[in-house]
Design a protein around this ligand. Sequence first.
Ligand code: DGJ
Length: 325
Amino acid sequence: MSRLAAYCCLAWLLLLRPGNVSGAITPGAVWLDNRGQQIQAHGGGILKVGDTFFWFGEDRTQGLDPNKRYVSCYASKDLEHWTFRDQVLKLSDPENFGPGWLIERPKVFYNAATKKYVLYAHVDDGTYKLARVGIAISDTVDGNYRYLKSFRPLGLESRDIGQFIDDDGTAYLIFESRPTKGFVIARLSPDYLNVEKQMSLVPAPLEGGAVVHYKGLYYVIGSHLTGWSPNPNVYATATSLEGPWTEFKNIAPPALKTYNSQSSTLLRIIGTKTTSVIFMADQWKPKELWDSRYLWMPLQIDGGQLLLPEPRPWTIDINTGEAKY
Ligand code: DGJ
């Protein structure tokens, strides 16, 4: 092969390597923020304020103070380009949880009555035995958040948490509660500083719980309990948050283990032409959690059926709501 042909081959191979496609969201690729740093918002959630999306998640950057735990916040108007706002929570062990204590899956709600941003997260000791939610509050969306307390919602064990805000603005916490062999969807108190009413005990031992309300149906998604390892995530539907829920079905071909990802949030984008529902998931790398990737994909969803399509680069028009592969 001539030297020129060899260079052409190399250039072609470089073009084909998995990486971020400019102008698109690329599942599994390294996703950089405005500083050129890898986005650290694992197990995350989104809060929209005005026309800006705020993405909160676990910051697992290498070299951070090993005694502290961090939640980061990024802002975007198009879901593709993210500006780092701050490490909005930088916390030393607040209640003597002990070595290896953790903060996972942070989610932020805005309470219009108290004008406070309320951050919920799973807080625990290093062996996941405490099973509590922790709460921190802030006057502004991008912090700083002040840690308030931890508790077991409704007195139940709570590990992975998710967030759901219904069309009428009511805020719900989703939490995995192992002894009940299911996960709970529960309404927050008026000030959002407590969990006050169980709506449903979804009858399946699942974590990574997320809910979306789409065309009159509630869809719930969750993953099986396999630690950091991926598994076939499943969904069920109901016409009311109180159930009854249908049988669970796989969201993708089960052998593919949700394309090596685990559910975190279902994000609904209501546009002028259509509504898209985006599956936000983590591709965990347990030995290098800082390099865990994100799998975000628009779902095929309608009439009680839901499918996670094969991941590929995609774009969304935030105004019209149209997502394209
Ligand atoms: C699965 C959970 O979904 C993650 O958030 C994390 O807690 C891992 N388990 C730890 O094994």
